[in-house]
Structure formats: structure tokens, C-alpha cells
Design a binder for this molecule. Structure first.
Ligand code: PLP
Length: 385
């Protein structure tokens, strides 16, 4: 497919075709896994496809990077060994010691830990703020603020931040807006089209989609930013290997159909939980009563596959629900085809216990998979006791 045709193509077409042309030598329709660390040179510096060493570039990784850039409507994509590797490369590649970052006060625990325990020691200060409140973000900004970091929807409380408004606030302050688009995916939300400067992903989640690979990605539009990220991707070296890149690209090809089913199933489960007396509160941006519903409806195509809820009966009941579920597997992570259940307070968010990011003890988080929805509802009904 020509570059011109590709740039006008729909999301599903780009997901299947962008980033790779059938190989000139064999016609392979799917990119080969280039399991090579180095490339023969035709005379010193005579690189055949521009490749010299696989930390700097590998054709399987290039295919993934082109694909995710096309899905996010960016110019350049970069694939990493994990979401956190992508985050660290963006942060230390684009900022300097002495700079300051505004973080969501309900950021993913690992992101908070990276900023607070690792990058703080490198000289980077941070202030957590409620990103759904623009005044709180303005108040957190300091003269040395160079980045505002956004997750929307957030993990695990499904909070919503207005990307377009935050881009204005960040840019007025001379800061970059970085959006972690892991939960929404480019199928539901494209932050670069709303004014964000950088999109990051844990591709471990919906992008890969099958719980079989850990990875991360960065997408940017601005070519100066792309040069800096590319330079640090190579200099810091936390790249995606060719097998991991191949699995992630395979996942992206079916992102649209998977996301539609994740959303369909999540909507049915939310309706069930919302009407159930054993449930205290349901967090889902698709609910009209969710404080971020209108913003979510403006910037997302649908509301995603993540659902959290508080049970009546406190932490003990929340733990029982997690233990009793059978179709929902008790496990960390999210975004795969299979439904997962977890207790954020004791599992994914244990690292933020005692901080202002601590989550309620009676909270249960679901990553709603693409199984038969009636089986999922029956399972939850039984697990609620
Ligand atoms: N961002 C979000 C929203 C996440 O949920 C996660 C992991 O759970 C990460 C980033 C970190 O990604 P990884 O685990 O691939 O390093």
C-alpha cells in the first residue's frame, strides 16, 4: 500500500498494513522475525537497509514502530522492552536534572515509583495533582515545570482528564504534555490529535492484547522530539527485541475488533454491577454519573474494557470476590483477551500504600476480556456471594 493511500486509510486498514511492505525477496505477507544482532556491510559503512546493529535498529521492530505511529496519527514510533522503559527513556531523554514534572495523583503505581524513587534521585522533582481539576494542575506548575504527565482513564479508579485543556495549560507553562494511552488505546483515543506532544504505552496491555509479551512504545509528531527520543532509545538501550516486537505487531492488527468486544462486554458488566446491592460503587467513564463522563464522551470513541468497583463488606469481601471468581483469573496486568480480576490495594497498587495515591481497600478491578459475556456475569454474580 502506498504511503499516500496509507495516510488516508481507516484505522483497521492501517492496523493491518502500516509499517511493513511485503518483503521484496520472498513476498512474506507478515514481517519476518529478524533474529539478528548485526548486519553485513558492503564495504565499511555500506549499510544495505540502513541497519548496522539491532539496538540501533531491527526490521521487525521498525515494522512495529511504523504501525503504532500510524495508529496514533504520529510521525515516529519507538518500541521498548517495557512500558516503564519507554517512560524512563522519554523522561530522561527529554528533561534535565533540576526540572519538575506534574504527575496524576492517581497514576499507575509503577509510574509513580519511577518518578519518586528513581528519577527523583537523578534530580527530577515531581508534584502529584488531580488532573481532572485544571486549577489544581495550574497550582502544581512551577517555573521549572517542563512536563505534565497524564493518564486517562486512570488506573485503577478510571478518572478522566481533559487532554485538550491540559495541552493548553502545559504549553502556556512551556511544558510538554505526555499522555499514557495504555488504557484507551489509539482505537478509542488519539492524544496527539488533541494537542499532546508525546504518547506512551505499556504495549503489554491492549496493544499486545494476548498477555504473552511485555513491551512499551512512544509516539511523537514533532521531528525534533523524535530525534531526541530516537537518540536516547539507542543510547539507553531499553529496546524491544525482535520476537517481542513481532508479537506486539500481531496484536495490534486485531486491536479494533478486540476493543469493540472489550467495550461491549464491559458495558454489560457495568449494567449488572451498577444494579446490584452487593456493590457499593462502580467506576466506569461510560456511566452518566461518572464525573468525567462528558469529557470522556468528547475525547474517546467508547469507554474501554476496564471496570473497577467497591463492594459492600469492606476489604475482606473484596478479597473473597477475587478468590471466588473462576472465569475471571486472579492476576495482575490487564488488556488481554482473557478476563482478569484483582485487588489493587494488595496487588498492582501495593507500592503506593501510605501515600496520597493509596486506593480504597474494598476496591476490585476488572480487566474485562472478550469471552461470552453471560459467562462473565454469571461468574461475578457467584463471586459476589
Ligand atoms: N502505564 C500503565 C497505565 C500501566 O498500567 C502500566 C503497567 O501496568 C505501565 C504503564 C507500565 O508498563 P509495563 O508494565 O509494560 O512496564
Amino acid at each position: 500500500m502506498s504511503q499516500e493511500h496509507r495516510s488516508k486509510a481507516g484505522f483497521e486498514t492501517r492496523a493491518i498494513h502500516a509499517g511493513y511492505e511485503p518483503d521484496a525477496m520472498t513476498g512474506a505477507v507478515i514481517p519476518p522475525i529478524y533474529a539478528t544482532s548485526t548486519y553485513k556491510q558492503d564495504g565499511v559503512g555500506g549499510l544495505r537497509g540502513g541497519y548496522e546493529y539491532s539496538r540501533s535498529g531491527n526490521p521487525t521492530r521498525t515494522a512495529l514502530e511504523g504501525n503504532i505511529a500510524a495508529l496514533e496519527e504520529g510521525e515516529r514510533g519507538f518500541a521498548f522492552a517495557s512500558g516503564l522503559a519507554a517512560e524512563d527513556t522519554v523522561v530522561r531523554g527529554l528533561l534535565d536534572p533540576g526540572d519538575h514534572v506534574v504527575l496524576p495523583n492517581d497514576a499507575y503505581g509503577g509510574t509513580h515509583r519511577l518518578f519518586d524513587k528513581v528519577e527523583q534521585r537523578w534530580g527530577l522533582a515531581n508534584t502529584p495533582a488531580a488532573l481532572s481539576d485544571l486549577d489544581a494542575v495550574r497550582a502544581a506548575i512551577r517555573p521549572e515545570t517542563r512536563m505534565v504527565w497524564v493518564e486517562t482513564p486512570t488506573n485503577p479508579l478510571l478518572g478522566i482528564a481533559d487532554i485538550e485543556a491540559l495541552a493548553s495549560v502545559a504549553h502556556e507553562a512551556g511544558a510538554l504534555l505526555v499522555v499514557d494511552n495504555t488504557f484507551a488505546t489509539p482505537y478509542l483515543q488519539r492524544p496527539l490529535t488533541l494537542g499532546a506532544d508525546v504518547v506512551i504505552h505499556s504495549t503489554t496491555k491492549y496493544a499486545g492484547g494476548h498477555s504473552d509479551v511485555v513491551g512499551g512504545a512512544v509516539v511523537v509528531r514533532d521531528l525534533d522530539l523524535a530525534d531526541k527520543v530516537g537518540y536516547h532509545q539507542n543510547a539507553m538501550g531499553a529496546v524491544a527485541g525482535p520476537f517481542d516486537a513481532w508479537l506486539t505487531l500481531r496484536g495490534l492488527k486485531t486491536l479494533a475488533v478486540r476493543m469493540d468486544r472489550h467495550c461491549d462486554n464491559a458495558e454489560r458488566i457495568v449494567a449488572f454491577l451498577d444494579a446490584d446491592d452487593r456493590v457499593e460503587h462502580v467506576y466506569y467513564p461510560g456511566l452518566a454519573g461518572h464525573p468525567g463522563h462528558e469529557v470522556a464522551a468528547k475525547q474517546m470513541a467508547r469507554f474501554g474494557g476496564m471496570v473497577s468497583f467497591r463492594v459492600r463488606g469492606g476489604e475482606e469481601h473484596a478479597l473473597e470476590v477475587c478468590d471466588r471468581a473462576e472465569v475471571f483469573t486472579l492476576a495482575e496486568s490487564l488488556g488481554g483477551i482473557e478476563s482478569l480480576i484483582e485487588h489493587p490495594g494488595r496487588m498492582t497498587h501495593a507500592s503506593v500504600a501510605g501515600t496520597e495515591l493509596e486506593v480504597p481497600a474494598d476496591l476490585v478491578r476488572l480487566s474485562v476480556g472478550i469471552e461470552t459475556v453471560e459467562d462473565l456475569i454469571t461468574d461475578l454474580d457467584r463471586a459476589l456471594g
